[in-house]
Design a protein around this ligand. Structure first.
Ligand SMILES: Nc1ncnc2c1ncn2[C@@H]1O[C@H](COP(=O)(O)OS(=O)(=O)O)[C@@H](OP(=O)(O)O)[C@H]1O
Ligand SMILES: [Mg+2]
Ligand SMILES: [Mg+2]
Ligand SMILES: [Mg+2]
Length: 349
C-alpha cells in the first residue's frame, strides 16, 4: 500500500507548523508560556502548531475518518485565564494558514481553533489509521532557543507507516562537522520516511530531497552518542556507564527532542540512549515519527531489553527500562553493555 498522498499532506502540515513555531521562537513573550498540570511548559506555539497540523491534514485528506493522537488539549484555554492566550493562538494560526495561500480561505474562529486542538484526543490503538503528533517536541529546547521538532507519524493497524520530522533549528550539514561558531551554517531540516521506501531529508525551504542512512560504523570506540539535553528526562549517569563499557571516547551530544532521531538517521552520531527516571511513561508522540525516520534509514530502535517498540497500545508506550537506538552492527554490543550496566545499577541500590 502506498501512503504518497498522506505523506504529501504530512510534509505540508509539518512545514507550515514549523513556520508558526519559528515566528513565535523569534519573538517569544513571557505571556506566551504557560505551565501544564504536570508542571511542564506549553506555549502558544505548541497549541498553534497542533491546530495547524490538524487543519491541514483534514483539508488535504478529509475529516470523515480523521483520527489524531496528539500531546496538547484545549482544557486550559477554555477558562477566563486562557482567553488572551487563545486570542493569540487564533491570530497565529490564521496568519500561518493565510501565509501559505492554499489553506487560509476563511479565517478560523476561536471555537474552530479549540476544536482543531481537541481533535488530538484520540486514543489510537491497534486498528485503523491514526495520526500521531507532537506539535513541539522539546518545548524546553524551544524556550532556550535550541533544538525542537514538529513530529508527525501515521499508524496503520498499529504500525508506524509514515514519519515526518520538521527540525527548524537543525543545521543542514552534519552535527559532527558542524562548527557551532559558524553562524553561516544553514538550519532547518525536514526528514521524512514512508515504510519500505527509505528516509529522505530536505531543507525546510524546499531543497531537493536526499536519501539518508545511519552510520555504518562497527567499532563502538569510534561512535558518538546522543542523549536528552535535560537531565530530568534521561539518566545521564547510566548512559555514561554504558558508553564507558562500549569504549566510546567522544563526550555525549546532548540535544533536545526528536531532532536526535533525525541527526542519527543521517549518521551524525551512532547511538541514542534514553533512560527516563523511574515511574515515567513514554508517550507515542515522543517516538513514532523519529522511530520510522531511523528505521527506514537502516537503524534499529528497541527498548533496553531489545524488544521492538509497540505503538499499538494507545497513547503510551510500554517499555522495558528505556529506549536505545543504533545501527544493526553496533546493536549486539550496545545491548550487552546496556544489560551489564542495568545489572550493576540494580546491584548498587
Ligand atoms: N520526566 C521525564 N522523563 C522523560 N521524558 C520526559 C519527562 N518529562 C517530559 N519528558 C518528555 O521529553 C520530551 C523532550 O524530549 P527529550 O527528552 O528528547 O528532549 S530534552 O533534551 O530533554 O529537551 C518532552 O516532550 P515535549 O513535552 O514535547 O517537549 C516530554 O514528552
Ligand atoms: Mg515531546
Ligand atoms: Mg510537545
Ligand atoms: Mg510537552
Amino acid at each position: 500500500m502506498s501512503y504518497d498522498k498522506e505523506l504529501d499532506a504530512a510534509k505540508n502540515a509539518a512545514s507550515l507548523a514549523a513556520r508558526l513555531c519559528q515566528k513565535v521562537q523569534k519573538a517569544l513573550l513571557q505571556a506566551d508560556v504557560q505551565s501544564k498540570s504536570d508542571k511542564s511548559p506549553v506555549t502558544v506555539a505548541d497549541y498553534g502548531s497542533q491546530a495547524v497540523v490538524s487543519v491541514v491534514l483534514q483539508k488535504e485528506l478529509g475529516s470523515a475518518s480523521f483520527s489524531l493522537v496528539a500531546e496538547e488539549d484545549s482544557g486550559d484555554l477554555r477558562n477566563e485565564k486562557g482567553k488572551a492566550t487563545l486570542q493569540r493562538i487564533m491570530k497565529l494560526v490564521n496568519e500561518t494558514l493565510a501565509s501559505d495561500g492554499t489553506y487560509g480561505t476563511a479565517p478560523l474562529s476561536e471555537e474552530d481553533v479549540l476544536a482543531a486542538i481537541d481533535s488530538g484526543r484520540s486514543e489510537g490503538g491497534p486498528s485503523g489509521q491514526h495520526w500521531v503528533l507532537d506539535p513541539i517536541d522539546g518545548t524546553k529546547g524551544f524556550l532556550r532557543g535550541d533544538q525542537y521538532a514538529i513530529a508527525l507519524g501515521l499508524l496503520d493497524e498499529g504500525k508506524v507507516v509514515l514519519g515526518v520530522l520538521s527540525c527548524p533549528n537543525l543545521p543542514l550539514s552534519s552535527l559532527a562537522s558542524h562548527n557551532l561558531q559558524d553562524d553561516q551554517d544553514k538550519v532547518g531540516c525536514l526528514f521524512y520516511a514512508q515504510v519500505g521506501s527509505g528516509t529522505y531529508m530536505q531543507s525546510l525551504d524546499g531543497s531537493t530531497p536526499i536519501k539518508v542512512h545511519v552510520t555504518d560504523l562497527d567499532n563502538p570506540e569510534e561512535a558518538s552518542f546522543f542523549e536528552s539535553f535535560e537531565a530530568a528526562h534521561s539518566l545521564h549517569d547510566l548512559s555514561s556507564l554504558i558508553a564507558k563499557k562500549l569504549g566510546v571516547k567522544a563526550p555525549p551530544v546532548r540535544i533536545d527532542s526528536q531532532a536526535k532521531y533525525g541527526a542519527l538517521s543521517r549518521g551524525d552520531g551512532a547511538i541514542y540512549l534514553r533512560f527516563p527516571h523511574k515511574g515515567y511513561r513514554e508517550k507515542i508522540w515522543d517516538h513514532a515519527a523519529g522511530y520510522l525516520v531511523v528505521a527506514e534509514a537502516g537503524g534499529v530502535v528497541s527498548d533496553a531489553a531489545g524488544n521492538p517498540l509497540d505503538f499499538s497500545k494507545g497513547r503510551y508506550l510500554d517499555l522495558h527500562e528505556g529506549i536505545i537506538v543504533t545501527n544493526q552492527k553496533l546493536m549486539p554490543a550496545l545491548l550487552k553493555a546496556v544489560k551489564e550496566s542495568l545489572n550493576e545499577k540494580a546491584s548498587s541500590l
